[in-house]
Design a protein around this ligand. Structure first.
Ligand code: FMN
Length: 190
């Protein structure tokens, strides 16, 4: 199994990073080939909205890390996406990457009907926020991140096999044993 981890947190020692590290470790123990991309290290220009990629199947902007990230997503059988909640949504840098690669995630028929380009692949979503549980869910904080990522992954053809939403990271900046178990369990169930 080939697993790609997209880490949307700018904090290399934050909770998203630590949960994704546990997942990577568990996946490697189980024989998976794992690659991880820390989004904070990518040089990616924002989408200009020209829509030329719809007919060209390629972005008009000079090649940067967006195209390279898409190649890695095409390589993977499983995509694990982690993002902290920023303003009720995914981190902006991560969103810029997904905007730039829309043509390689979801195609369009001549009549404009969406066509998933990653059918049969699996995905996992991990999100954190400082709003404590259960308000992170009720007030659409980590839930907002999950909703936004689901939208991208669903229309791209991924089947979501696991979701982790961890609220209250300001009061509880450490992972509990239960958080760690959840991370490993999701990988075992892939
Ligand atoms: C720019 C910015 C916006 C944020 N917006 C929210 C928010 O809307 N809701 C929330 O609960 N926490 C918000 N936070 C807090 C982060 O979600 C929280 O610190 C998270 O746990 C960081 O995850 P990490 O440790 O994996 O990087 C925000 C933080 C930043 C830096």
């Amino acid at each position: 199994m080939k697993i790609l981890i997209l880490n949307g947190s700018p904090r290399s020692q934050g909770l998203i990073s630590r949960m994704l590290d546990i997942m990577a470790e568990e996946a490697r123990i189980r024989g998976a080939e794992v690659e991880a991309i820390p989004i904070r290290k990518l040089q990616v220009r924002p989408c200009t909205g020209c829509m030329a990629c719809r007919s060209r199947q390629a972005c008009v902007l000079p090649e940067d890390d967006a195209q390279r990230t898409l190649q890695k997503i095409q390589w993977a059988d499983v995509l694990i996406v982690g993002s902290p909640c920023y303003w009720g949504n995914m981190n902006g840098h991560l969103k810029v990457v997904f905007d730039r690669i829309v043509y390689g995630m979801m195609g369009e028929s001549p009549k404009g009907i969406p066509q998933a380009l990653h059918k049969g692949k699996k995905a996992v979503i991990v999100s954190t926020c400082s709003t404590p549980w259960p308000f992170n869910i009720w007030f659409n904080q980590t839930r907002g991140v999950v909703k936004a990522l689901r939208e991208i992954l669903k229309w791209s053809g991924f089947s979501i096999k696991g979701v982790i939403q961890k609220g209250g990271t300001k009061q509880h900046p450490e992972l509990t044993e239960s958080d760690k178990k959840k991370c490993r369990k999701i990988i075992r169930n892939l």
